[in-house]
Design a protein around this ligand. Structure first.
Ligand code: TPP
Ligand code: MG
Length: 592
């Protein structure tokens, strides 16, 4: 671009061009008078960037985060001053917590009215100071280029949130209006991308290999950091005869059907995974800081080795003697060449047998479900109806638990949702981001009724862009997960968890969806099959039994004690709940 044209570009145009040069092709947001200069710059660049209009800025931030998780590229969201910016926060924390690179762009009042109690005068740089690794107020058109490239560079290199706040008048300003300062030499900052693949030092790799080679019962914990290292992880697991246990964010690391994995861990995990952790003498953690410490092997029970790209996360949940700071794939490769193949395969074989038993139990109990649909049956059938290349978005609740436990992921599928933030309402925004990034692939959201109602307006976004998303809402008319937590964690009767029922099928119909209802086990598969085969946006309202519990895979004595206490203390429907607890797979989960 010649310098005259460059000088004529507004601050907003410079900003949008900067984002484009970093490969950003989609911006999620909502216009407003504090950001309309940027809107105009986007409007003028239809070939390079598209704007996706949302109904709530929280969704825009969740979509930007999801875009980053699905594609591995920077996600971008936009909001106006004050209420718009404030609405972004929850989605941005989701990105911060799961280390998704996101750039947020917000408006500010006129630069010379800031902090004067003017309309919507929220200081976004203070507001975003905690959530963003980089947050700045753009001072003039001459400040845009260096600020925007730095924001993108920090977001991508630190896997973090970066935030740019741009005053209303600066969006309109050009370099003909303002001179750069004497030290701000034009074009001094670079837009070139830079990446690295880090490797740990040799002696640390040797120390890790020594521990792993000495182990007789090695287990692996894999999380989101291992998503790009499937082949390497499988090779290492095979050499070590080690079952791969997956944190939820790592569900797609290795397909559930793979013989080297026992599936998930935690409250929503599998029994063979828990048993592997109870009995292992060595734990290799790859790209995970799965937060529930009580599900790890006990400190002192097992030697620990951990791979993480962030040195600050080594030894966070489990004491390790070797911390390998580096890229998961390259580090596993380097480690593999130091490992000896274990001839004793008995630990792995035992885990495989237990896995067969566990899934037979889940399947048999799903098959045995008659009449009122159980959450497990719904999730099992849902998993079986997915395409081989489905992108599946989860929400936060009991519904996430059954999805994690019952859906047997396949090699070409991807799964994503809010991890460390575990926010309700994420499934639909995540699915929208997936459908926009991967047209042609099946995109499915699995959500609870509480979660869906939080950002219900986004059904209109799905319809607006004619996204062929399939939404399955597990309707139990309760904040199911919290109900079971009140009973199990605290021993208190359920209180204020029941939800005013919503006719989601009617709502979806009014929003431009094809809607289905199912409420019996017998019809579940048939309805899901028909719904998934239908073109365009589809919602399935699946009414499930609200008395089916959310239990950890193995008995936790304190939880059982609390459950008894809560049921005795006047939990509504206690008698029915007791009956359900006697059914499989719960009876097995509660067995001493
Ligand atoms: C934004 C937000 N608010 C509250 C919570 C706490 N919470 C976690 S799960 C849950 C209940 C979810 O209810 P629903 O969506 O109906 O799913 P269910 O558990 O019934 O499957 C709540 C309130 C949360 N995770 N996120
Ligand atoms: Mg619910």
């Amino acid at each position: 671009m010649n310098s005259e044209a460059s000088h004529a570009r507004t601050g907003a145009e410079r900003l949008v061009d900067g984002l484009i040069s970093w490969g950003i092709d989609t911006i999620f947001g909502m216009p407003g008078d504090g950001i309309n200069g940027v809107m105009e710059a986007i409007r003028r660049r239809p070939q390079q960037i598209r704007f996706i209009q949302v109904r709530h800025e929280e969704s825009a931030a969740l979509m930007a985060c999801a875009h980053a998780k699905w594609t591995g590229r920077i996600g971008c969201c936009l909001a106006t001053t004050g209420p718009g910016g404030i609405h972004l926060l929850n989605g941005l924390y989701d990105a911060k917590f799961d280390q998704a690179p996101v750039v947020a762009v917000t408006g500010l009042p006129y630069h010379d009215l800031m902090d004067t109690f003017t309309q919507q005068d929220v200081d976004h740089t203070k507001l975003f100071a905690d959530v963003a690794a980089y947050s700045t107020r753009i001072m003039s058109a001459a400040h845009v280029d260096n600020a925007v490239t730095l924001a993108c560079r920090i977001a991508s290199s630190r896997h973090a949130v970066a935030h740019l706040a741009i005053p209303t008048d600066v969006q309109e300003e050009t370099l003909e209006d303002v001179e750069p300062s004497s030290r701000n030499v034009l074009h001094h900052a670079s837009f070139a991308h830079a990446d690295s693949v880090r490797l740990p030092p040799e002696d640390e790799l040797d120390r890790a290999a020594e521990a792993l080679n000495a182990g007789r019962r090695v287990a692996i914990l894999a999380g989101a950091g291992a998503l790009g290292a499937r082949d390497e992880l499988v090779e290492v697991a095979d050499m070590l005869g080690a079952p791969i246990v997956k944190a939820l964010l790592g569900k797609a690391v290795v397909p559930d059907e793979h013989p080297l994995t026992t599936g998930g861990i935690g409250l929503l995990g599998t029994r063979p995974s828990q048993e592997a952790f109870k009995e292992c003498d060595t734990l290799l953690i790859v790209g995970s800081t799965f937060p529930y410490v009580e599900y790890y092997p006990k400190p002192g029970q097992a030697r620990g080795v951990q791979i993480d790209r962030d040195g600050g996360r080594i030894g966070l949940r489990f004491p390790v003697e070797a911390g390998l700071v580096g890229d998961a794939r390259e580090t596993l490769r380097a480690l593999k060449s130091r490992l000896k193949r274990k001839t004793d395969r008995s630990f792995l074989q035992r885990a495989q047998e237990r896995k067969r038993e566990w899934f037979a139990l889940l399947n048999d109990s799903a098959d045995g479900n008659q009449g009122m649909l159980s959450p497990g049956r719904l999730a099992r059938d849902f998993g079986q109806c997915l395409s081989d290349d489905a992108l599946v978005a989860w929400d936060s609740g009991h519904n996430t638990g059954v999805l994690a436990r019952y859906v047997q992921s396949r090699a070409g599928q991807q799964f994503a949702g809010s991890g460390m933030m575990a926010t309700m309402g994420c499934a639909v925004p995540y699915a929208i981001a997936a459908a926009l990034a991967f047209p042609g692939r099946q995109v499915v959201a699995f959500t609870g009724d509480g979660g869906l109602s939080m950002l219900l307006g986004e059904l209109a976004t799905v319809a607006r862009y004619r996204l062929p998303i399939k939404i399955v809402v597990m309707k139990n008319n309760t904040l199911g997960q919290i109900k079971w937590e009140q009973l199990m964690f605290l021993g208190n009767p359920e209180y204020e968890c029941d939800l005013q029922p919503i006719d989601f099928a009617k709502v979806a119909d009014a929003m431009g969806f094809t809607a289905y209802r199912v409420d019996t086990a017998e019809r579940c598969r048939e309805v899901l099959t028909e719904a998934f085969g239908k073109s365009g946006p589809v919602l399935v309202e699946a009414t499930v039994d609200p008395d089916e519990p959310l239990l950890p895979p193995m008995r936790m004595p304190k939880y059982v004690e609390n459950l008894e206490k809560a049921l005795d203390a006047g939990t509504p429907g206690a008698a029915r709940i007791r009956t359900v607890l006697g059914h499989q797979p719960y009876a097995r989960q509660l067995e001493p």
